[in-house]
Design a protein around this ligand. Structure first.
Ligand code: ACO
Length: 428
């Protein structure tokens, strides 16, 4: 049987055959459904893109019902256990796991590009002493487009590769400088003898010692967190990256917009909200009262529920293990007991079970970041560093996709019909 959808238009009595491919119909195929010849044809109305695919992608696969997340076909569990962030970033961007030589070359390129131009450093110094590090990150990424005008050559593969090296390598440096700025400490230059996350920890936390000693457990934990956050298909910030990039602007300008989308509390700010909630609950005996209020519609259990995952977020499972490894070094975050008890109760409670609300990636990540010494303002910044890989991969896929054009959604106009201008003295 052919994979088609038969539509009967009751307005005209006509029937249409619309092809179905990969579980989707083309919205433009509906245009043929017209009442009159001048009619623009039937459109779809889909606020918040609840059921509209905007691209065909080969990068990340999610099955929300079964709790599956794969990058380029590789399950997130295997990558978190066996890969590194840099290797995973290579996989996400170039489509295959690197060979030994490719990984060495990639690592060398990234290491070579970690330094920031001194003028960028000066630009960052100009921010107010208490500037939010995410605001600093967004502005500095945007400023990169003025330092690297060659990035405008977006259809030149070599140029794109160079910007990719720069972005993956320099975003952690900007992030660390933004953090040091916010706490009034001098910026630490990158140390190229260290790993990607080891160097990041060095730029964040080195004080007067000549050589920063990286704690291997924290270095690995951060690497795992970075792997988990590297891509998540067409989320809000990634859609922003694709949408802005579709105007053919340089990748720095597009990525500043993507990072701005991540700044919002519904996207990159959820783990901060989890910490605030745990602090507000304060102690174990307040948990039943809190759950009762949530069930009564007063607020939400933050870190629970997801637009896509209707089962346990696979990233949350991995993060729980990582939390134990981090707390073994830093000491247990006292809020952990409250979090564990909330999870235990919620997973048995009919309200949460029937709505398929499970812990998402943010339920535990904030606790880990806090235990590692990060203030909450750094949480979205820590999200942006690994998401750089996803943003770049999705941007490049969009650019090279012959079906893509400048993004331009339709609207359903519900305003006034045509009317004549009214002189000022005759209004009201
Ligand atoms: N606590 C209590 N009830 C909830 C929660 C929650 N965390 N999440 C959803 N619900 C309830 C809703 O009240 C609704 O109940 P109803 O059917 O009786 O009205 C039902 O579950 C469905 O909820 P929606 O809001 O329709 O689900 P949606 O898919 O739009 O929202 C979201 C997903 C925004 C993640 C939501 O679950 C939420 O607000 N969670 C808390 C915030 C959070 O953790 N965000 C991080 C997401 S992960 C990320 O962005 C990286």
């Amino acid at each position: 049987m052919p994979d088609t959808l038969t539509i009967t238009d009751n307005r005209t009595g006509k029937q249409y055959e619309v092809p179905v491919a990969d579980g989707a119909i083309r919205a433009t195929d509906l245009r043929q459904l017209k009442v009159t010849a001048e009619d623009a044809g039937l459109a779809t109305y889909d606020p918040a893109f609840m059921n509209t695919a905007s691209c065909r992608s080969r990068i990340t696969y999610i099955d929300g019902d079964q709790g599956i997340l794969e990058y380029r076909g590789y399950p997130i569990e295997q990558l978190a256990e066996r890969s590194t962030y840099l290797e995973t970033a290579y996989l996400i961007i170039f489509g295959e796991l690197p060979t030994e030589t490719q990984l060495q070359e990639w690592t060398t390129q990234i290491t070579l590009h970690t330094m920031l131009h001194e003028n960028i450093k000066k630009l960052m110094e100009a921010f107010q002493y208490d500037a939010h590090p995410m605001g600093v990150l967004i502005s500095t990424i945007a400023a990169f487009s003025t330092f690297y005008p060659d990035a405008k050559k977006i259809f030149d593969e070599q140029s794109r590769k160079k910007q990719i090296h720069r972005l993956i390598a320099k975003v952690p440096t900007i992030a660390a400088y933004a953090f040091r700025h916010s706490i009034g400490r001098p910026y630490n230059y990158p140390d190229n003898d260290l790993s990607f996350t080891g160097n990041f920890l060095n730029m964040l936390f080195r004080m007067t010692e000549l050589k920063y000693k990286v704690n291997p457990a924290l270095e690995r934990a951060l690497d795992v967190l970075f792997i988990l956050h590297a891509d998540h298909e067409q989320n809000c910030s990634t859609s922003a990256m694709r949408g802005i990039g579709s105007s053919q602007v340089d990748p720095y300008s597009a990525m500043a917009g993507a990072a701005a989308a991540l700044y919002g509390p519904l996207h990159g700010g959820a783990n901060e909200a989890v910490l605030r909630m745990l602090n507000e609950i304060g102690s174990m005996q307040n948990i039943p009262g809190f759950i009762k209020r949530v069930k009564g519609g007063e607020g939400r259990l933050m870190g629970f529920g997801h637009r896509v995952y209707k089962s346990y977020d696979p990233r949350a499972k991995i993060i729980k293990q990582t939390a134990d490894e981090v707390f073994a070094v830093t000491g247990r975050n006292p809020l952990l007991d409250i979090a564990l008890e909330l999870e235990r109760i919620a997973l048995q409670d009919e309200y949460f079970v029937s709505r398929r609300l499970y812990p998402n990636v943010d339920f535990y990540s904030g606790l880990i970041y806090q235990a590692m010494g990060f203030p909450v303002e750094m949480f979205p910044v820590l999200f942006a560093i690994p998401r750089t890989a996803g943003w770049i991969a999705q941007w490049e896929e969009m650019l090279l996709d012959p079906e893509q054009k400048i993004a331009r959604p339709k609207q359903v106009y519900i305003g006034q019909t045509r009317r004549d201008y009214v002189a000022r003295d005759r209004r009201g």
